[in-house]
Design a protein around this ligand. Structure first.
Ligand code: PMP
Length: 372
């Protein structure tokens, strides 16, 4: 079975799995407890993981807050900013091509009286900077734009967006879930990014754990927001709940490996992506139409129409040998809102399949497409 649904989730790396085991067995201490070794070992392991994630992102350890994943991180930031800065304004800007965890959060806030602008996107799913610029108003408190799209892979111009938001004194949040380990991020180079979300299972870590970057100011104070979860305040009083130490340790290990392997992983992903595209073009000729851009994209995501072939039927037929999807697993029951936003017809959406690769796939593995 060839697994080509790595944008939905990835296989946990062996080293990651191994690193987690002690914290599911003998090292079961609560990292917030004190004095005895199980507690201090857990605490140390969490802090090492935090350091690894900070190192991967070019952040400082204090700026990393553990969550259960990107859904929570996106909810936490959007709702948390909306609530905390309600005296300043109630306007939030996002785009029509965001992940459901951003869009649905914005729709929820809209139903409670927030003013939300949904920016349009071009044919590859990128926002237009001029439209963003003209949408910012005195009541704007937050801009939330995805770094790399989970369906078509296009990268937004995060540098320009961050600079614009900074110049207008507006917080900027980016959902970076799909780009971790595939785009080299150094947050020191993006002072306009106030918040960033990520999820470990997208980069060969475990499911159910993620983190949010919250920028600190020159006095070392994190940008204040209203917490999503109230309670013991374990994570800098911004996120409560006993930490899932085994998951956090796994995420830290995955971050470490992602950082170390990033240059070779990116090259490999580009190489096998080109290889698969060539096979598809040669084999299916005019039957295939690519929805994704070829440059300025997440390496390894191919979004392609098979003209006249229903995607669900195709995926079911492929399922014994190839695992792929029509798009976002989180919204798989509905036709893709991203493909709709980039201007595809319902028919074109129903012909579309996403293949998302992983660096451990070889060209030989992909030769299976020649035999279809
Ligand atoms: N944002 C993006 C871009 C995603 O691809 C996903 C996962 N499909 C999420 C957010 C949510 O991540 P999680 O399900 O791990 O909370």
């Amino acid at each position: 079975m060839l697994y080509l649904d790595n944008s939905a989730t990835t296989k946990i790396e062996d080293e990651v799995f191994e690193s987690m085991l002690p914290f599911l067995k003998e090292e079961y201490g609560n990292p917030s407890s004190k004095y005895y070794s199980q507690a201090t070992n857990s605490h140390k392991a969490v802090e090492t993981a935090r350091k690894n994630i900070a190192n991967l992102l070019g952040a400082s350890t204090k700026e990393i807050i553990f969550t259960s994943g990107s859904t929570e991180a996106n909810n936490m930031i959007i709702k948390g900013v909306s609530d905390y800065y309600s005296n300043k304004g109630n306007h939030i800007i996002t785009s029509v091509a965001e992940h459901a965890s951003v869009l649905e959060t914005c729709r929820y806030l809209e139903s409670r009286g927030s003013d939300i602008s949904y920016l349009s996107v071009d044919k590859y799913g990128r926002i237009d900077l001029e439209e963003l610029k003209s949408s910012i108003k005195p009541t704007t408190i937050l801009v939330s734009i995805i770094w790399g799209n989970n369906e078509v892979g296009s990268l937004n111009d995060i540098k320009e967006i961050a600079e614009l938001c900074k110049s207008k004194n507006v917080f900027f949040h980016t959902d970076a879930t799909q780009v971790i380990g595939k785009v080299d991020i150094n947050l020191e180079e993006y002072p306009g990014i106030s918040f960033l979300s990520c999820s470990a299972h997208k980069f060969h870590g475990p499911k159910g754990v993620g983190s949010v970057f919250i920028r600190k100011d020159q006095y070392d104070i994190l940008t204040p927001i209203t917490p999503l979860f109230h309670g013991g305040g374990q994570e800098s009083n911004i996120r409560s709940g006993t930490l899932a130490v085994h998951n956090i340790v796994g995420m830290g290990k995955a971050a470490d490996l992602a950082k170390e392997k990033m240059p070779t992983n990116i090259l490999q992903l580009k190489d096998i992506e080109n290889y698969l595209v060539e096979i598809l073009k040669n084999k299916f000729k005019n039957t295939v139409v690519f929805n994704n851009d070829t440059t300025n994209k997440i390496p390894g995501i191919i979004n392609v129409q098979f003209k006249g072939i229903n995607n669900e039927v195709l995926l079911k037929q492929l399922a014994p040998v190839i695992a792929a999807s029509t798009g976002s697993a989180c919204s798989s029951s509905k036709p893709s809102h991203v493909l709709d936003a980039i201007g595809l017809s319902l028919e074109e959406i129903r012909n579309t399949v996403r293949f998302s690769l992983s660096p451990n796939i070889s060209k030989e593995d992909l030769n299976i497409f020649r035999e279809l």
